[in-house]
Design a protein around this ligand. Structure first.
Ligand code: CA
Ligand code: CA
Ligand code: CA
Length: 364
């Protein structure tokens, strides 16, 4: 009544096929039973000229969804008149099939990175790399990795990456069946070094008639994450390198330039440089000249009188007649006070008196 063609060991998709017919009725359906349960119905009505008609059936069995090992197959023909029977093959209605699927799936490797995280996906410490692989069937044979396109290495234990900068880390596994995982790739960014900043002043002391030029250099050791921010502050004013800062109206005293720079990983470094703003007889003379240019001393006669007084003090100082120089400066102070708010602006008088007092105290 039937002929069941089947292999004894199968893998992947296998076909259960044969033929069936019944006298005095027609076949309604061909049921496929595996391990005692109805799995589906075969296609029936395929040409089988060898048995005289379209009595063939076929069922595509995807064995990959079944565990490896022995499974029982039964084929049941159900007729339109209600009769049904398990079809025999060589006298047996139950066929034993050994499913042995080949492993065609590569392993999957996962990566774990341990290090202290900075900003922008940078690590600020060396990074320990742990690779683990799992395989569905045959089992993992090995894990390989390589660094920046170098030679493939056999992974044996967690490794510590210390390379600064951006490292291209690749990894993959192979299973016992020889299936190779597509290479995975991970960028690992390490910056353990703070940026460098050096701030300095061209002179230890400045007078108000000298330009103060902002000086600093910044860099991030390479390879590294690179400089993200640079903030240079001079007396709460934001400045940039090589900028000239006008000190003309400033108070005498100590001044500090502070520069802070940060890299993309999050490291920051600060450096400071200080100088003193002082006055000298020469700077006082220059200050009078500048006040006259600015119009803060608005009378030529006053300009001339003040300048002559200071030149006199200079001569006496150079002659080491310091007391006379000091007396001359005291007269200068009186002249400034007399003209303050008249031919000398208030702000002009303020710095002249401040500087004259400083010079008197530092005459020697
Ligand atoms: Ca596998
Ligand atoms: Ca850095
Ligand atoms: Ca410095």
């Amino acid at each position: 009544m039937t002929h069941l063609l089947i292999n004894t060991i199968v893998a992947g998709t296998s076909f259960i096929e044969g033929w069936a017919k019944i006298q005095d009725s027609t076949i309604d359906q061909i049921e496929i039973w595996i391990d005692g349960s109805h799995q589906g119905n075969a296609t029936y009505g395929l040409p089988r000229p060898d048995v005289g008609g379209d009595y063939g059936y076929q069922w595509a069995w995807d064995t990959t969804t079944y565990p490896n090992g022995i499974h029982t197959i039964q084929v049941k023909a159900v007729a339109a008149n209600g009769e049904s029977a398990f079809l025999p093959q060589n006298g047996e209605t139950t066929i034993q099939i050994d499913v042995q699927n080949h492993d065609i799936t590569p392993p999957v490797t996962s990566i774990k990175l341990d290090g202290q995280a900075g900003n922008d996906n940078w690590y600020v410490t060396p990074v320990e790399i742990t690779l683990t692989a799992t395989d569905d069937l045959a089992g993992v044979q090995g894990i390989n990795y390589r660094i920046d396109g170098g030679t493939w290495q056999i992974y044996q234990a967690p490794l510590t990456l210390v390379d600064e900068g951006i490292t291209n880390f690749e990894f993959r596994s192979i299973d016992q069946a020889g299936n190779v995982e597509p290479t995975q790739q991970r960028q690992i960014k390490i910056d353990t070094r703070s940026p460098l900043v050096d701030t300095w002043t061209d002179q230890a002391d400045y007078t108000r008639i000298e330009p103060f030029i902002v000086r600093y250099t910044v860099s991030d050791p390479e390879p590294g994450s690179g400089l993200d921010t640079v903030v240079a502050a001079f007396e709460e004013q934001t400045v940039v390198a090589d900028q000239t800062v006008d000190l003309f109206w400033a108070d005498l005293g100590s001044y500090t330039l502070e520069v802070t720079t940060g890299d993309y990983a999050g490291w920051t470094t600060t450096d400071q440089a200080s100088f003193n703003l002082i006055a000298t007889l020469d700077s006082l003379l220059g200050t009078v000249d500048h006040l006259c240019e600015l119009g803060d001393i608005d009378n030529k006669g006053v300009c001339k009188a003040l300048s002559q007084r200071l030149e006199h003090a200079l001569q006496k100082r150079d002659a080491e007649q310091l007391q006379i120089a000091a007396n001359t400066l005291n007269v200068f102070v009186k002249q400034v006070k007399t003209q303050a708010g008249k031919h000398i602006s208030d702000r002009g008088a303020r710095i002249l008196l401040m500087d004259a007092q400083y010079v008197i105290e530092h005459l020697n």
